[in-house]
Design a protein around this ligand. Structure first.
Ligand SMILES: [Fe+2]
Length: 342
């Protein structure tokens, strides 16, 4: 019975998307009789909206529906971050190979030709829900890691909120630099996780007021590699690994851990680096007061001259920080994604 329930012990929810009301009712009754909770949609647009709003565990999708057809619905749901991991079984009267291939290309997980045998349908649903349950468990693990990233900084009142600010600033900079939606997602995660390796640094070093000794700094410098070790097996953090590993690299090769130079440092890493340093300098730390915006940029431009940071990205950031939009965002604590024109 375990596959009838999700991790919250609630009945598994299945969305039936079919414009044929009789078919839809028969299917819904069959599923309810077998312990599932059902949602229904009778056209493509309704199917997309219901799936995004109600997070079903699985979707049974008809091909021919008014509005968006089943292939288009599948394509859109597999591209949406809320629904891309939800298994889709396509139900159709079509049995041609071409139609099946089109469904698989659209991201459909399984295919069943009408008239289907209930036992076959239920067996396939169970198999897909088992995979979904494993994915849900992975998601739980991942959310624990993201929570841990915030707990580390909570140890030190001076760095409270740093990870979230670096994430917000990085996404904003990414938008200003016209990076793709997928890259903005990587910046969002990379910003939160960039210092997660500090979990492995002893508190005597992490929370030490004042300057670190050479030996202590050597230990502190291991945090980017430690961060990769923590995150490398997490599916959703995979793309953010370069940001975690390289956010202390400098363009002239004098950074750590790998001494990367210029083009070896990806643009997304350079963005997180600027966001990280800007936030560290403009907030209070155990060893310094919060610097003014003028002093922060003056020091960062000096470091651009030394060959450390990307001057173009820094100029883009400065322009925005000195604009009305930035002040409004900080004053109202507006999330970057809601910023007009950003
Ligand atoms: Fe760091």
């Amino acid at each position: 019975m375990i596959d009838l329930y999700n991790s919250n012990n609630k009945a598994r929810k299945i969305l039936v998307a079919d414009d044929d009301q009789t078919q839809s009712e028969i299917l819904t009754q069959l599923l309810k009789d077998n312990g599932y909770e059902c949602l229904s949609a009778n056209n493509g647009i309704d199917a997309i909206e219901t799936a995004i709003k109600h997070f079903p565990d699985l979707i049974l999708l008809d091909v021919d529906m008014p509005g968006e057809n089943g292939y288009e619905v599948a394509r859109q749901l597999k591209a949406h971050k809320n629904t891309r991991m939800v298994p889709i079984v396509m139900l159709t009267a079509l049995s041609e190979l071409g139609a099946k291939l089109e469904g698989l290309e659209a991201g459909v997980d399984d295919y069943l030709t009408k008239p289907y045998r209930p036992v076959e349908l239920l067996t396939r649903i169970k198999a897909l829900l088992r995979v979904k349950a494993l994915n849900d468990q992975l998601d739980d693990t991942e959310s624990i890691v993201f929570t841990l990233a915030r707990i580390i900084e909570a140890k030190d009142s001076y760095t409270m909120g740093h990870a979230d600010r670096v994430s917000r600033y990085s996404v904003l900079l990414g938008k200003l630099l016209k990076r793709s939606e997928a890259e903005l997602e990587i910046l969002d995660k990379g910003g939160v996780l960039h210092d997660i390796g500090k979990m492995a640094i002893p508190d005597t070093i992490l929370l030490k007021p004042g300057a670190l000794t050479k030996e202590e700094f050597g230990i502190m410098k291991t945090h980017p590699v430690m961060g990769c070790t923590i995150c490398e097996r997490l599916r959703s953090a995979k793309d953010a690994i370069p940001l975690i590993r390289h956010h202390h690299e400098k363009l002239d090769g004098s950074g750590y851990p790998d001494g990367l130079k210029r083009d070896e440092i990806p643009v997304l890493v350079r963005i997180v680096t600027i966001a990280d340093i800007y936030d560290a300098l403009t907030t209070r730390r155990s060893y310094k007061d919060a610097w003014s915006v003028d002093k922060t940029f003056s020091v960062m431009y000096e470091e651009v001259k030394k060959g450390w940071w990307d001057g173009d990205i820094l100029r883009t950031w400065e322009q925005f920080v000195r604009s009305e939009d930035f002040n409004t965002m900080v004053a109202r604590r507006i999330h970057v994604k809601a910023m007009p024109g950003a």
